[in-house]
Ligand binder design. Structure first.
Ligand code: ADP
Length: 339
């Protein structure tokens, strides 16, 4: 439905988006994820028609969007820098796009009622936007973006301003809502939790290019390379020599369950795969840090040889900082990375 074909966008000489090709299917929810400055917003702005494309093509429903102005592209936008209109009430904000597109007043009013119910703000038409909470304002912005029934909805850090618990709740609601409406969504976020919870597919960007594209499970289980693994927050990444089902690492020999590429490689050991044993078993370590993470505890282990290791253990019976422990590795949590 949306096709980006080798799209490049430059500011001056510098490409912020560097030859990106990406297909988004009808009804698909795609999250573009990446560190600040990796080109996510620029990509979205190029699709929206707010930023000229320097090379390549953008097609929506088979139509080349070159030369089509933003308001004629049939895309809905919910961008951070697009504030609600403070002098219009909630209804006036939601109906804005409809009126612009020439919808009759009565039809627009009906649509606004329907949309406010949809985003969980039934009957809020006459409320002033200044009196709404942050979460309510986001819902109004969403209703406004959905009002003209866009072919494609684009969200830029849609929940960026909200606190964590509200964000986690809204993201679930959004996913359900988009599923019900059959909306195709291209969302941009720097928050991996949000991206993974919202999307059918995650696209990780690095320096204007796609570092990895896959389902949340694929990307989480098999990060493409060290950059993606570290971006997802994995710390146990080292160079290793892989041969068959075994890798020589700075922590000694580690079993590898999934056969993959051999030779000099980056190796990831997920924290759940670093098993804590009584001192004297496996790799000798001191517990250097201990962070409470709700259902589990994240330990920082300082081995006698090799760099520090993160280990995720159950809260009950977790060792204390300063304890001596052994570490063993679970081959099923070891991933040989590309690059
Ligand atoms: P992200 O959304 O991932 O944070 P952006 O798309 O905003 O990344 O920016 C990508 C790169 O383009 C960055 O290096 C940024 O500094 C640069 N950039 C963004 N907007 C402009 C602009 N208006 N003029 C010049 N450079 C820009």
């Amino acid at each position: 439905m949306l096709v980006l074909d080798d799209v490049t966008v430059r500011y001056g000489d510098r490409p912020a988006v560097d030859g990106i090709s990406l297909d988004v299917a009808d009804h698909e929810l795609v999250s573009v994820l990446g560190p600040s400055g990796s080109g996510k917003s620029t990509l979205l702005r190029a699709v929206a028609g707010l930023q000229p494309v320097g090379g390549g093509r953008v097609l929506l429903g088979g139509r080349d969007l070159a030369g089509v102005p933003a308001h004629r592209r049939g895309v809905g936008l919910m961008f951070q820098d697009q504030q609600l209109f403070p002098h219009r009430d909630v209804g006036g904000n939601v109906s804005f796009g409809l009126r612009m597109h020439g919808a009759p007043r009565a039809a627009a009013r009906e649509r606004v009622t329907e949309l406010l119910a949809l985003v969980g703000l039934p009957g809020a038409e006459r409320r002033s936007v200044g009196a709404l909470s942050g979460g309510e304002q986001q819902r109004v912005a969403l209703a406004r973006a959905l009002a003209p029934s866009p072919q494609l909805l684009m969200l830029d850090e849609p929940l960026g301003q909200l606190d964590r618990s509200l964000r986690e709740r809204l993201v679930v609601e959004l996913r359900q809502l988009f599923g019900r409406l059959g909306t195709t969504v291209l969302a941009v976020t720097h928050d991996q939790g949000e991206a993974f919870a919202l999307a059918d597919r995650v696209v990780v960007m690095r320096d204007g290019r796609i570092a990895q594209s896959g389902t949340p499970v694929e990307v989480w289980e098999r990060p493409a390379d060290e950059f993606v693994a570290r971006f997802l927050g994995f710390a146990n990444v080292v160079r290793a020599t892989v041969r068959g089902a075994e890798a020589a690492t700075p922590w000694g020999r580690v079993g590898v369950a999934a056969p993959g590429p051999e030779g000099e490689r980056s190796l990831l050991i997920r924290p759940a795969g670093v098993r804590v044993r009584p001192a004297g078993t496996g790799l000798d370590c001191a517990v250097a840090g201990r962070t409470f993470r709700g259902e589990h505890v994240l330990l920082t282990l300082r081995p006698d040889t090799g760099p520090e290791l993160e280990s995720s253990v159950a809260l009950r019976g977790a060792p204390e900082v300063g304890d001596r422990v052994g570490a063993e590795f679970d081959p099923s949590e070891v991933v040989v990375l590309g690059g």
